[in-house]
Design a protein around this ligand. Sequence first.
Ligand code: SF4
Length: 484
Amino acid sequence: MSSLPVFQGGHPEAAARFVENEPRTHWHDQSLWFVREKRDRAASLVPDWEALRDAAAGIRAHVRGRLPELLEEFERNAVARGAKVHWAADAGEHNEIVHRILAERGVTRLVKSKSMLTEECGLNPYLEARGIEVVDTDLGERIVQLRHEPPSHIIFSAIHLKREEIGELFHEKLSTPAGLSDPTKLTEAARGHLRQRFLRAQAGLTGVNFAVAETGGVVVCTNEGNADMGTSLPPVHIACMGVEKIVPSLEHLAVLIRLLARSATGQPVTSYTSHFHGPMPGGELHIVVVDNGRSRLLADPAVRGLLACIRCGACLNTCPVYRRSGGYSYGWVVPGPIGSALAAARDPASHATLPFASTLCGSCDAVCPVRIPIHDTLLGERRTLAARGLIAPGKRLGLALVGLLLRSRASYEAAGGLLRFALKWFPRFLLYGPWNVWGRRRELPAPPVESFRQTWRRTRGPLPSPAPRGKGSPGTSAGGSPRG
Ligand code: SF4
């Protein structure tokens, strides 16, 4: 079975290892672009799409402003419906609570539907180390679990794998015929394998897409129905949610639900949007509400907007960097633009390369259903890293040099002239030395005979004077970059 390692190191090093496999990089890029185009078509069929995005952004901002009281309202209503609500300050507490619930009931077999929160908390290894079998039941999640890998995308967990690789995996782990790579047959094999796990499970754990304060219910969206199987067969249901998953009412939920599936997969709605209001007859429903650093983000005006994320994955699918560097290159549980921004907001020292894993093209902002200013946030995080001395010395030096060159027209024009001369006359070993990162995988362009300014002067006369810089003048927007 070919393997794709979960890369270590900063993003540039890890991305370099991903792009070594050119066919995979190309195919990964194309697969995600296909999803991006599906999202565009789905959005274009909703006449009030942009108004919906505005409404969603407003709802998420409203939730941030009233989070404590909405959470209390949710707890009151959930308890009134028979659920038990647990509060976890961090990942450790979350894992302890889930383990205690299972251990007190003698549970040793748990089925689990997709939950990025439990990935964030490292729940699977925690439970497995305590003798509990955990089976991920979302197909993509089960595939990466069988490979002992984390998901590489928040929606399409196994997007980095080709069906032939999944066929090899299933042959080894599920005894399917050698060489079988037909997706329908592989899915049938997975269904048979998972059905046995559902039938013998003693508890089911789900993530939570939304929790509705006014009803005390939690909402779980899946396409495979695995969350519903995992919560209707065993008697114990544990639902794990971050504090930010709250919405005030069903009316608000409707806005976000209309945006979620279209943004995630281009579907009008997920196949299953299940509402859980209290336990099933004779069963138990435990809701674990987790902070794990979210209150700290909420307290910081520069990054609190990131808590609006509804984990649709649209910013990953559109990002030219994510599409060509793969989810594992980010080294954090949530990859892509939103993952970079969140990881650096939580722990800048450990994720200092991630705010630079962006072209700042603004494509992420253009698709985000809740209008998070992702690329502006990434730019702000770069400033924070610089101010805290967390940028690598080589990059710092490069930025200082570019800053010097751009400071005056004379130095900029002199550098341009020198580069044109070098491109034309310098020997290849000098041009493509280890200092030329850009040229490692690309040919440098043929130099133009003259610069743009020289062409202008020759054909149109003197250059116009630069416009005074100030509020509202071109090039002074917060992001300093075009929006996609
Ligand atoms: S930041 Fe926006 S586009 Fe990206 S996953 Fe979150 S909601 Fe979706």
